[in-house]
Design a protein around this ligand. Sequence first.
Ligand code: BGC
Length: 501
Amino acid sequence: MGKAQWLSVALGCVAAVTCVAATALVTRRAVARSRWSRAVAVVRGFEEDCATPTERLQRIVNSLSVEMFAGLASEGASKVRMLLTCVDALPDGSEEGIYYSVDLGGTSFRVMRLELGSGSMVINKKVEHRPIPEDLTKGTSEDLFNLIALALKNFIEREGGDDEGRALGFTFSFPVRQVSISSGSLIRWTKEFSIEEAVGKDVAQCLNEALVRNGLNLQVTALVNNAVGTLAMGHYYDEDTVAAVIIGAGTNASYIERNAAIAKCRGLLTDSDQTVVNVEWGSFRSPQVPLTPFDICSSEAERNHYDQAFEKMISGVYLGEIARLVFQRMAQESDLFGSSVNCLSTPFIFSTPSLAAIREDDSPDLRVVGRVLEEHLKIQDVPLKTRRLVVRICDIVTRRAARLAAAGIVAVLQKIGRDGTLCGTTFVRKIRGEPKRSVVAIEGGLYQGYSIFREYLNEAVDEILGDDIASTVSLRVMEEGSGIGAALLAASYSSTRQNSA
Ligand code: BGC
């Protein structure tokens, strides 16, 4: 072969190799593009499924409000329990003396000592937070209540107070059927608790027995849900407080209802003409509420009538988990997170505080997002483009949750005629005369500690109500409302009302 021929063969080979390399590169890029598009498609689909335009929120308001009417008509007639609380008078600021409270509802509990002077004056407040070891949330009721009673005893001793005959408020943030202000049986556990043997028991009695076992001489005077405690505190400071909402580990609402509107209990109610109702809106569900394949309740909801479907889309125990399920699907559809994605298959490994930290990261290179993914999910070196997608998922979850909670709040206002409509009939947009001022007391870490959630919620309330009516509604944070409210109700309902030191 001559020189020229060798040269042409060599050139041919180089061209072939270059061509193969280029084809491989193009193929790799095409695969990467298609994986990226699949991941983006997962997020787009999720976003569409979570959409809550104003008209949809309005339909949710109407549907929840209808359920609230039904729940007052008869037991079991509605998706919300509308539990009657035996609270027929709320604190008005005249309470005086020293009271204690215990607040149980999440993975920690609080004990509190409250000294009150008349004129809505909290003279002194001491609080102690204690974690509940996870095994005790699934163990026996005796162990759980012993833990609380012992903590209260140590607290009282440390504070140098005395327990002799003091009134105790007990905030128990689970659905309870009350027979008196100081007693009630547990209907079911929610959130992270499941002590089956306690279902049906009088939880105030369980605590009283534990107090005796631990040598304490005080008794539950008021057993209250945290939504009711928060309402009590709101009312203590402002008599225009008509409802309260909890948006924390779980979610719920309570409000003041006219006895005339409570058909299921005619004759059993007290002399007063109103009663506080514990809505238990966590169990609300409706075809109007946007459900996605990533919702924790999506498969169970059909099977279990009271499966806390609404709560599982709104509250702190669940939001991180919804996001994790979306991340996991993205990892299955693409190699977006690389190969080290084992953590993504662990249920509840991604918490709502992590979700909030990601959503609130405003650094240009999304540094916090990278750190959270690395620390909590063991996913390293996530490119900026992917971090942006992660932020978007956290935003979608947050926004839907906040907007659904806003619809819940407006539904309660609608139930008591404070939303500017006549029982939801939108053609009567304005009621004659000046609309009354309405205060809704709010407690819960999600609302208080996550500013973007709060902004989305406030914005949606205004959007649904319209500017005129929205200007008559105030959402007011009640720090420690559930525990303080229980102590206040213990004060209102203690026989002496003179419990001073
Ligand atoms: C419970 C409610 C409680 C709410 C907020 C829900 O899971 O059912 O009773 O008020 O959580 O803590």
